[in-house]
Design a protein around this ligand. Sequence first.
Ligand code: FUL
Length: 699
Amino acid sequence: MKKAFLLFCFLCMIAPVRGQEKVKSPEPFGPLPTQKQIDWQEMEFYAFVHFSLNTFTNKEWGYGDESPELFNPSNLDVRQWARVVKESGMKGIILVAKHHDGFCLWPSAYTERSVKNSPWKNGKGDLVKELAAACKEYGLKLGLYLSPWDRSRADYGKPEYVAYFRNQLKELLTNYGDVFEMWFDGANGGDGYYGGANETRKINTLEYYNWDETYKLIYKMAPKTLVWGVGPSEARWIGNEEGRAGKTNWSLLRQKDELAGKVHYTEFMSGHEDGEKWVPGEADVSIRPGWFYHAVEDDKVRSLDEMVDIYYESIGRNATLLLNLPVDKRGLVHENDEARLKELVSTIKADFKTELLAGTKITGDNVRGNSAEFETKNLVDRNKNTYWATDDNIKTASIVFEFNKPKALNRIVLQEYIPLGQRVKAFNVEVKVNGIWKTVANETTIGYKRILRIDSVTASALKINITDSKASIVISNIQAFNAPTFVRMPEIQRDKNGNVTIKSEEGYPIYYSLDGKNPTQKSTLYKGVFQYNKAVEIKAVAIDASENSSSAVKTAKYGASKENWKIVSASSGDLKSANRIIDGNPDTDWSFGNDSNRLPQEIIIDLGSILNINGFSYMPQQVGNNLNLISNYEFYTSLDNVNWILQSEGEFSNIKNNPIEQVKTFKKEKARYIRFIAKQAVSKGSTVSIAEINVIETL
Ligand code: FUL
């Protein structure tokens, strides 16, 4: 009797379930990622290594005539690279196997311009092979960069070169195991050595390489390799070399238009909402200003503040982050770079230490077919294959997470389930404080991953409102964290007259030093603008005493102030405004040259007294979109403004993609006057602009 009753009850329980039809999963929407692209996106963070002849010639772009014998690292250790990369939580390394100068880091059978003719390991070394082994040992994936542009080859521009390029691809993709990403840079054609021709060669990037054929070849040899960059690629450049994606970032691209030359690269930051192909963004950036190692940049490693911002504005904005480590002349990742990476890793780890939503009460105002399979709890189960989904016709919906007691939070992570497409077009975030809902973020896309940094708030509940979506909503993960207070570094500025201004964005007290020592709370408290004309290294920190936390140390180095500098003459333009290039402020600039006054253009500056100098720098215009950049220059010194000595000439390589301060050094010289000639402009226009000219003083 008892048994029969129990059976009856059991049948009653399962009857409705048996009667219910299984709710269908949402249909995929729009362009979809391939499994290869999903695996790649999940890597999130990986390293770039630029290390080649340029490391030894101190250049960013080699001309193509440098001798392979210059490649001579004293202590090359790829296992050190792999250790640093692994410890930083990165998942792979993309090595520049051949940069624009044509020198190959592997002993290619198709050229003499490689490690086999260098003193390194008596020409018996193979760097690609060594790195592939180190990656394997450390559980990292290997990627390779092969520059399509080759400034050394006599046949560049002819069909023979394309055959050479493909032969090299074959070597790289078949001799070294799996290659997770093949990187084709967009810089193609221009002046170069070209086997002694020393000329400018223009090619049509989209036609010359016949990318369709090249890609076919790649996929035949290496179907697991994802191809990045030019051609019908599977991932795109993010449109800048600063590692920053757009807040709105679609993983879609109108690639057909792009291949027809109809897409401007500034559109890459956000992709195209109506793109016909899944082409996600990869944000590339170097940990220093340049891509290759330059000793003068040892103290210019990007600050922790900047690195943290880059992390949030790349990985936190639906892009992957490709972070370059310029290996030095020894053949090692420099100590300063490693130290910064350690700081970055510990900051990010601390930011995401304790997840807050897993134990909360979650309610969604729509759950697909009321089915357990698409429940809101999937949002916090840490399983990337489960998701919360809405009914087909539901494109707006809210999710509420209620804490059992108010919690402080300032980071929110959201992830769409991308195998079914990228859907969300707009969402906002509300928090409940003292019983009242208030909006703390208004955003657009999510994609694979979106991380929001909001001001810390103590809330009893958190609400995510999806306010617009292309189709039903499919989200796999939502998390919240409370990152420790991050005090931002102060900003230091010194004007032409030596007036020093130091600012803390959040208004914290600032302490500074002028003796090169790291400042503490015991150092001088900054009370307002002060004057300091001499050469100096100013260091400053902002301190939040209530939280017992301080910012990273901001360092600013100055030569003697430009107080006595004068513009003597300029070949065109308004002399009065020319003072902007010696005002100590990189945000103000001056242009010269125009259609009736074509390049070259020159400017002469009086330094006010005789100085010992061994270099100069050109800071390009920093503000705006059309930067009127100078690409080729000459720099002279003089004691009397009559007899001039040429100290340095050449190109500002890669200035178009990376418009940073261009530093050029030369042998020590006494100078009272300097003359800077702008010979060519990037845009081929005749107007060029300068934000600042500096000299490097020496004893
Ligand atoms: C650029 C190149 O021209 C640079 O030299 C560097 O390799 C960077 C990653 O891509 O466009």
